[in-house]
Design a protein around this ligand. Structure first.
Ligand SMILES: [Zn+2]
Length: 122
């Protein structure tokens, strides 16, 4: 049994606040954000490392599309981070804003819904 938390989000077994979705990729809000509307860009297939995602350019194009959209609607800088150790499923973090203004505490459903409504491309 695959108990990867991101695979469960892809399968809908764990609810998420989706920002973007297509047949290969999913972008959803991190419920423990370090910045406003921190989100994760993941391949739907379970692939541990970003570097092993097929069509890596296509994967980054999805991240770029979402990041540019955030800049367009909010005019704030958008950083990215590839770290890779928290969950063994490839993820690119998108961190809107210029500071780590939140400290990784769980965001409220109302806050997550506000960010989803503001930034979703779905
Ligand atoms: Zn997974």
């Amino acid at each position: 049994m695959n108990d990867c938390i991101f695979c469960k989000i892809v399968a809908g077994e764990i609810p998420s606040y989706k920002i973007y979705e297509d047949e290969k990729y999913l972008v959803f809000l991190d419920v423990f954000p370090k910045t406003t509307a921190q989100m994760l860009v993941i391949p739907k297939d379970h692939i541990e490392w970003v570097w092993d995602v097929p069509n890596l350019g296509e994967y980054y194009e999805v991240a770029g599309k979402v990041a540019r959209h955030i800049r367009e609607v909010s005019n704030i800088p958008v950083r990215q981070m590839v770290y890779g150790f928290e969950v063994p499923h490839a993820h690119i973090q998108i961190r809107p804003g210029s500071d780590d203004d939140l400290n990784g505490k769980q965001a409220s459903p109302a806050q997550l819904e506000e960010w989803r409504a503001k930034y979703s491309l779905i």
